[in-house]
Design a protein. Structure first.
Length: 115
């Protein structure tokens, strides 16, 4: 529905046409858009608001980066998980190497060795 409508005005909080919305939403208000639906002949006023705010620390790795993982010899379950992901074992360095995208968000991510 919205993708078919033309947005003809994009206002920031404090601009003319946003006063009541600023009173209603306060600092949560990000922008106000006016859209026109030609098929139905109506104008829509939409708002973009902040509904959640929390800390975020960006990852230092990109999805394609190969990262080194330290897993002890007796941690059979983790070793098996790395084998399933087709990680590469380096016997000299005694480390597993795997693309970051495969371990992002898993317990293995905490075992990345940072050089």
């Amino acid at each position: 529905m919205l993708k078919d409508m033309k947005s003809y005005n994009h206002l920031k909080p404090g601009q003319k046409g946003t006063k009541r919305l600023v009173e209603q939403y306060g600092d949560s208000l990000l922008c106000v858009r006016y859209r026109y639906d030609e098929k139905r002949g109506i104008r829509l006023k939409t708002v973009e608001i902040i509904v959640e705010e929390r800390q975020h620390t960006p990852s230092r790795f990109k999805d394609g980066d190969i990262v080194s993982i330290s897993v002890q010899f007796d941690e059979m379950e983790l070793r098996e998980q790395l084998r399933t992901l087709r990680a590469r074992w380096d016997s000299q360095a005694k480390l597993w190497f795997v693309p970051y995208r495969l371990i992002r968000g898993t317990p293995l991510e905490e075992r990345i060795l940072v050089e």
